[in-house]
Ligand binder design. Sequence first.
Ligand SMILES: [Ca+2]
Ligand SMILES: [Ca+2]
Ligand SMILES: [Ca+2]
Ligand SMILES: [Ca+2]
Length: 350
Amino acid sequence: MKNQIWDQDSTAILGAAEASDGFGNSLAVGDFNSDGKDDLAIGVSGEDIGTIANAGAVNVIYGSNTGLTSTGNQIWDQDSTNIEGAAEASDLFGTSLAVGDFNGDGKDDLAIGVSGEDIGTIANAGAVNVIYGSNTGLTSTGNQIWDQDSTNIEGAAEASDLFGTSLAVGDFNGDGKDDLAIGVSGEDVGTIANAGAVNVIYGSNTGLTSTGDQIWDQDSTNIEGAAEASDGFGTSLAVGDFNGDGKDDLAIGVSGEDIGTITNAGAVNVIYGSSTGLTSTRNQLWHQDSTGVEGVAEAFDGFGSSLRVGDFNNDGFADLAIGVPGEDIGSISNAGTVNILYGSATGLTA
Ligand SMILES: [Ca+2]
Ligand SMILES: [Ca+2]
Ligand SMILES: [Ca+2]
Ligand SMILES: [Ca+2]
């Protein structure tokens, strides 16, 4: 099949290419219309909506027997008909994207980070829009917006929280409905600025619901580590079933974590799923000075800046790849490296 290139000036694609739109700044894949062909969601967080600069948008291009096609393509923003929220300058709708089946109807649904969303007068508190799939693709029916001031959601919207700066999807309680983890990397924990947090909102037959929602940070009861200024807990997220118990587990990058006196060496917290959702039981904190882990923690390594999950040895336990872009290789500054931790019946292990 011939390769393709897509932009907002491609024939029949909605939107128009404009300076600093940043089409493609984030990507996610799902089968939004359940036709067996995957569809592509494309973040355009620098899109202007009318004269509203950098409000942001998401293009969706659907799969077909001949690959992605302009047929039925969509563009979504907070001023789309019946979509929750309102496009405002520098909202950055589409700064992050994640796909899951939050209502378990067999059609994939799209979560859209809006990290620059103001909540009332609270600048850059951040929000997440959720648009649900249907037989005809993504539809405004039942769409939602979530922030830390949503009813019954843990936490409180504060300036520069950046709720939605990262997103990840997994079935943390194993009930067959996907759940959404939302990075809040600018969250202050008490008076500790930008320590960071992660909100978790669980799926149900009616989609994401506040029932049983959670907020996690390094000062949560029994969670390893300690919240410190500029830790950036939640800068990156990844999901896998590291212990193979059928409940997904959450890896949380803390790229600004100091290890002892080593500034911004970085770390990764891992919180395991259970039949009641994510739980502190057997949670872990990993860094390059953890016993048995390869490498040495050094200042500004940024361990955990990026995370990805795969089963590299096909043993049925998910494994975690950890980006360390600031790692020095010998005298070569910021050459970067990647650590790999393998899953096991007891979870990630060195
Ligand atoms: Ca499809
Ligand atoms: Ca769905
Ligand atoms: Ca679930
Ligand atoms: Ca698990």
